[in-house]
Design a protein. Structure first.
Length: 705
């Protein structure tokens, strides 16, 4: 369609306006990065750490390692494009701040794409207003200042919709191919990208059904699927179950407590109350002077996104943002221009105030919930001393120890395990490993850091208050095992206190050994348990060896026979309420764990697996050279065969064959599923060497040696 002079003028002025806006955003972002010194929060630190993992893998030429990057504990694997973009910003003095410049480029793509979409329907300057109204909303401004992939996903979604409109029902080759490439790029930024493009399935199906459009629609679909497919195929065995688990974190089912309407309320603060009212009221009443037959895309884009993410139990505003640019386009087509430009001016001021904090937020009481006007997130020059804690631990650590674990007893926004882990990796402190608190608190940790005062939000600090009480108890086992070495004041008037493992000159037990007819602790139950202490080495502050044997034992419920182990260079401390070992102990240090002998019967292993893995019901488990098992998992039948081996200092479990029902699984296509290896050298999870003389699966049992 040929443009008129007024349309060309609007296009030129609109692009100039976008450039001016983005330049102002860049200046404000530059000021923010200079002034902001707080460390990244939970998820942000994880994403920055993943970027470092990619950088290290690519720098050392480990291309396969980059493609199959191990996911973080408890997290699903993340598609690579956003983190690869962050790698360019991960080598400077302020990588957390530099990462925000990556977000600025995604903001530019979002603004340009949204302007282009709006211009297709309204070829005048209100297309610029549509871009400004959405880009200046509090939710987008918050994502600009956050090291998360959601702003990138919003930019890819807006660009994909622009290509979808331009392809003219897949009659245009260039726009059709662009649509396929943008969909592929979106899926390589985040798994949830497809949820925002659900309405596009209709024109795609329509294009596949028409002779003239079929080649272009097929090419677009092929690009959208084939490019991200290798990554998703390789990571599917880990990605799918972890995504299901992650979606339930702190979640409420949509049919409970009006949860389906939660996003309706979140949109008021995320978009700004005036944009919220005008956008929602105009989505179905907008009048488009051009391309009006495609106007259904906007309510479909916003509506499908709302329904999809309301069904997901974990609801956060950032998940819905990529589905909401449609409201901005509809708004400028539904309301008079004076209203549109007044709102654009207010949104622009709101965006400037968001980073500068000139005006504190204004709360307007409402019958159901209060509305927030002019929210702000100004930078703060706060030092949370994470680097100081890590450098001090690195300086004090025992030089002969391969790995020094540091247990973090806190989970507050700016003082938590993920940002400690990211900072340690950023400082290249490879010998200091961060651990969280478990039921054993800080076992095998040389250091413990405690944040006094508030430990974090109540919903994310499970176990931390009890751990803090144990540490601060003057007559407890922790005070006998650790000493305070340094503390630092924190910005919230609390303190970070660093503790280091003591080096006792005398052995913790006077006895040379113990023998119990029956012994029970939180993890171990044993009959005929014998413990023998070797000589105490004052210079190493440890026993040279400790031998443990039992006629029968249950370790976390797994029945063990012929148990005999030897612990070398070991330090432990009584941890029970009573005077001796019969209550409990905590292992503080161990150089090597040698398994002399142990035996696990097939029936005991079967019962253990069924107890530990929810939904598993084994019909058969055979141990004869290999491990063969068959049964039901969540009512789905399966069978598998594994080979166990100990080549060198690595334990390897290789999946030989597997079936779901009667369908064989092509294991060669799932490298993450095919093989599992556990190094027996010291690692962050087991900071001691493991000695295993051999492993045999025969006669219905697993046995060492």
């Amino acid at each position: 369609m040929e443009q008129t002079t007024s349309e060309r003028k609007a296009l030129a002025l609109g692009l100039i306006g976008l450039c001016v806006f983005l330049a102002l955003q860049a200046l404000e972002l530059k000021h923010y990065i200079r002034a902001e010194t707080r460390p990244p929060s939970w998820d942000q630190a994880i994403h920055l750490e993943i970027a470092l993992d990619y950088r290290d893998a690519l720098k050392t030429g480990r291309w396969a390692g980059a493609f199959l990057l191990p996911p973080k504990p408890g997290m699903p694997p993340f598609p690579p494009l956003y983190h690869l973009a962050l790698t360019a910003a991960s080598g400077g003095e302020n990588p957390a701040g530099a990462a925000l410049w990556v977000n600025w480029f995604y903001l530019a793509l979002l603004c340009l794409s949204l302007f282009a979409v709006a211009y297709e329907f309204r070829p005048d300057l209100t297309a610029l207003a549509a871009a400004l109204i959405f880009a200046c909303s509090p939710a987008v401004q918050e994502l600009l200042l956050t090291q998360l992939a959601d702003l990138a996903v919003a930019a890819c979604a807006a660009a994909a919709y622009w290509a979808l409109v331009r392809c003219d029902d897949f009659k245009n080759w260039g726009a059709s191919l662009a649509f396929g490439l943008l969909c592929a790029a979106g899926m390589l930024h985040k798994w949830s990208f497809f949820s925002y493009l659900i309405p596009a399935l209709y024109p795609l199906a329509k294009g596949l059904g028409e002779r003239q459009s079929r080649p272009k629609a097929a090419a677009a679909a092929a690009l959208a699927v084939s490019i991200p497919f290798p990554w998703y195929w390789a990571h599917a065995p880990v990605l799918l179950p972890r995504l299901v688990g992650a979606s339930r974190d702190f979640g409420v089912p949509f049919w409970q407590s009006w949860a389906f309407l939660r996003y309706f309320r979140l949109m008021a603060d995320g978009l700004g109350p005036f944009f919220w009212v005008l956008g929602l009221s105009g989505i179905f009443t907008a009048q488009y002077p051009r391309q009006w037959r495609k106007a259904w895309l906007f309510p479909a884009w916003a509506g499908c996104s709302y329904v999809f993410w309301s069904l997901v139990p974990n609801r956060q505003m950032r998940f819905l943002v990529p589905g909401l640019p449609a409201l901005s386009v509809a708004l400028v087509s539904a309301w008079p221009k004076p209203v549109v430009w007044s709102l654009a001016a207010f949104q622009f001021f709101s965006a400037a105030n968001f980073g500068a904090g000139w005006i504190s937020r204004i709360v307007i009481p409402m019958p159901l919930a209060s509305l927030v006007v002019l929210p702000s997130q100004p930078p703060r020059g706060e030092d949370w001393r994470i680097a100081d804690v890590l450098m001090e631990a690195s300086r004090l650590r025992e030089s002969g120890s391969p790995i020094s674990n540091l247990t973090v007893v806190a989970n507050s926004p700016y003082f938590n395990g993920p940002n400690f882990t990211w900072m340690a990796k950023n400082l290249k402190l490879s010998r200091v490993n961060i651990r969280g608190v478990n039921k054993r608190l800080c076992e095998f940790s040389e250091f413990v850091v405690l944040k006094t005062g508030e430990l974090g939000p109540s919903e994310v600090i499970s176990g931390l208050p009890e751990a803090s009480q144990t540490i601060l108890r003057k007559d407890g086992w922790f005070s006998r095992a650790y000493k305070e070495v340094k503390s630092w004041p924190l910005p919230d008037a609390s303190s970070a206190v660093l503790y280091q493992r003591r080096r006792p000159s005398l052995p913790p037990f006077r006895e040379k050994g113990f023998r119990f007819q029956y012994y029970a602790s939180s993890a171990l139950e044993a009959e005929d348990l014998r413990i023998e202490f070797g000589p105490w080495e004052p210079e190493a502050a440890a026993y040279s060896w400790v031998r443990i044997s039992a006629g029968k034992a249950f370790l976390h419920g797994l029945e063990l026979g012929r148990l005999s182990v030897e612990l070398q260079d070991v330090l432990l401390v009584p941890a029970g309420e009573g005077p001796g070992l019969t209550d409990d102990v905590r292992f503080l240090k161990m150089g090597r764990l040698k398994i002399v002998s142990v035996e696990v019967q097939g029936g005991a292993l079967k019962a253990f697996l069924e107890r530990r893995i929810q939904g598993l019901k084994l019909e058969r488990l055979d141990l004869d050279r290999t491990v063969r098992l068959a049964g039901l998992f969540n009512h789905v039948s399966f069978s598998a065969e594994l080979a166990l081996a100990l080549p060198g200092q690595v334990f390897v479990a290789e999946l030989i064959r597997a079936r779901l029902g009667a369908t064989p699984i092509p294991l060669a296509a799932f490298p993450l599923l095919r093989s599992f290896s556990l190094p027996l050298e010291p690692s962050p999870e087991t900071p001691f060497a493991l000695g295993v003389p051999g492993l045999t699966a025969a006669s219905g049992r697993l046995s060492i040696p």
